[in-house]
Design a binder for this molecule. Structure first.
Ligand SMILES: Cc1cc2nc3c(=O)[nH]c(=O)nc-3n(C[C@H](O)[C@H](O)[C@H](O)COP(=O)(O)O)c2cc1C
Length: 158
């Protein structure tokens, strides 16, 4: 099975989750973990499984993630199993302003999953979010382990 984990990351937190997912997938797949800006449309050829992760920015995927999603041709993910995740500040750590944004827009994983489905991908698990303790992180305790468990769920369905 050929798997690719694509991510964007400003402060390194989403990258750490992406690496943990890649390490777990490597038990059963040929896997690469790459930053969105380094992945060209032709790199998706022959792929069985695509995991995409983004920081949440204003309730949406980050600008670099959006740019990458826009580079996907219609139906370019047909025949590929896909899963989406984000990193986010959970409501107990958020300012009043961020809480309002979350209330209105939610988090990035859901719209990211929708974009992957619109490009023809077959969603394999529900979108997932991993918590950071503040804008620059670090990740909350236990999130890397949760990422490993999420990747194992994906493997069980792939
Ligand atoms: C411009 C900007 C907007 C953000 N907006 C949100 C938001 O709407 N909701 C949220 O939970 N976190 C928000 N955050 C915090 C990010 O979730 C956090 O920076 C990210 O998870 C860290 O991941 P990274 O280290 O991979 O960049 C925002 C951060 C930045 C820089």
């Amino acid at each position: 099975m050929n798997a690719l984990v694509v991510y964007d990351s400003l402060f390194g937190n989403t990258e750490r989750i992406a690496q943990a997912i890649g390490d777990a997938l490597a038990a059963q797949a040929d896997v690469e973990v790459r930053r969105a800006g380094d992945v060209k449309p032709e790199d998706l050829t022959g792929l069985d499984l695509l995991i995409v992760g983004t920081p949440t920015h204003g309730g949406r995927p980050s600008p670099a993630t959006k740019t990458w999603l826009q580079s996907l041709a219609p139906n370019s993910l047909a025949g590929i199993k896909v899963a989406a995740f984000d990193t986010r500040i959970p409501s107990q750590g958020a300012s009043w302003f961020l809480s309002l944004i979350v209330k209105i827009f939610g988090y990035a994983a859901q719209p990211l999953a929708k974009s992957l489905a619109q490009a023809g991908g077959a969603e394999i698990v529900q979108p997932e979010g991993f918590a950071v303790t503040g804008r620059e992180g670090p990740l909350q305790d236990g999130e890397l382990e949760r990422a490993t468990a999420w990747a194992q769920q994906i493997l069980a369905k792939a």
